[in-house]
Design a protein around this ligand. Structure first.
Ligand code: ADP
Ligand code: MG
Length: 318
């Protein structure tokens, strides 16, 4: 499935400017969830193209503002209520979102832990600009670790949420993109579209095919410009990568990236990137983060527990 090194030429051009009258693929692009979202549609008529582009952008904008990790929205309200320790009824979209996140977290043995928002915030990653950060006080990290927030602390019953641990604060940065792409694909299917890709900065779900050939996807090289490998997808498949190069700062000659090992409170070591293929984007997204944390020795066991069949891990030896 994974092919060797291929020239960057093979990566499908996803710029909206690439729409040519003779091109069977329609492309659209908008900004949401902290990244550019590219939509590709094969074999759609003009009305479907316009409808899909508008509906998808609107849906992603709503998900972006409601599920933001540090701006006001329904996830922020949920966090406030959880910290208060009283049962409450969240908005209708929040329950299935958190239910899925909690299930994946338990499957990952807590390595994907969406409840460590306070720790992510302590590191300073709840900001758009992070290059000037320095590592937090080790005592503050230990204090949060000792409070051990986990998905198991949150009960979801009869449409109500309740946290037994006031240290629980949801941050869905490792998972919301995948979950949103799954909702986006459902939306396209409801509009009668069977051949499409929703691509959020290289993390994507592809359905159907590019006419009589599969969709062809480039996987970015973690340390150089261009692609490391290409993969052909058809049917229904997602591919997600978590890397130490996506969001990080440097201090005293060390790289501190945004994927935190919930066991230590520090950025997970020994992994450079993990690419996961799975049908559902939400699972692929959560698993890429969990396997990154599990690292070169632990990834296979966590992949098995999460039902993941295809993984590419690049360790710090390259
Ligand atoms: P990206 O979305 O940049 O491709 P990830 O999917 O791995 O990368 O998500 C990283 C983000 O997830 C971090 O910015 C942080 O908000 C959150 N996060 C960091 N470590 C964990 C973890 N162990 N479990 C769950 N979420 C995490
Ligand atoms: Mg992820």
């Amino acid at each position: 499935m994974l092919r060797g090194i291929v020239p960057a030429l093979l990566v499908v051009c996803l710029l909206p400017g690439c729409n040519r009258p003779d091109d069977p693929v329609f492309r659209d692009r908008f900004y949401a969830l902290g990244t550019l979202i590219d939509l590709s549609l094969y074999g759609a008529n003009q009305q479907q193209q316009q409808e899909a582009g508008e509906a998808l952008a609107q849906a992603f904008n709503t998900m972006h503002s409601e599920w933001h990790a540090w701006e006001a929205g329904s996830l922020a309200q949920t966090n406030t209520q959880l910290a208060a320790g009283r049962p409450f009824r969240p908005g209708p979209d929040i329950l299935p979102l958190l239910q899925t996140a909690n299930r994946l977290s338990l499957q990952s043995g807590g390595l994907f832990n969406p409840t460590i928002g306070k720790l992510i915030d302590l590191w300073g990653f709840h900001a758009d600009e992070i290059t000037a950060l320095t590592p937090p006080d080790p005592a503050a990290i230990q204090e949060l670790l000792a409070r051990a927030p986990s998905a198991g602390d949150v009960a979801l019953e009869d449409g109500h949420l309740l946290s037994r641990n006031p240290a629980v604060q949801y941050d869905l940065g490792a998972f919301a993109k995948g979950y949103a792409i799954d909702r986006g694909i459902e939306l396209l299917q409801s509009l009668g579209l069977a051949h499409a890709i929703i691509n959020a900065g290289g993390d994507l779900r592809a359905i159907g095919s590019h006419g009589d050939r599969p969709w062809r996807i480039g996987i970015r090289h973690p340390r150089q410009a261009g692609v490391l490998a290409s993969v052909e997808l058809s049917g229904d498949e997602s591919i997600f990568t978590s890397g130490d190069y996506e969001r990080y700062f440097e201090a005293s000659g060390r790289r501190y990236h945004h994927i935190i090992d919930p066991r230590t409170g520090y950025p997970a070591g020994r992994t450079v990137s993990v690419t996961v293929m799975h049908r559902e984007a939400a699972t692929a997204d959560a698993a890429a983060t969990a396997l990154f944390v599990a690292g070169p020795d632990g990834w296979a066991e966590v992949a098995r527990r999460m039902g993941i069949g295809y993984v590419m891990l690049i360790d710090d030896d390259g």
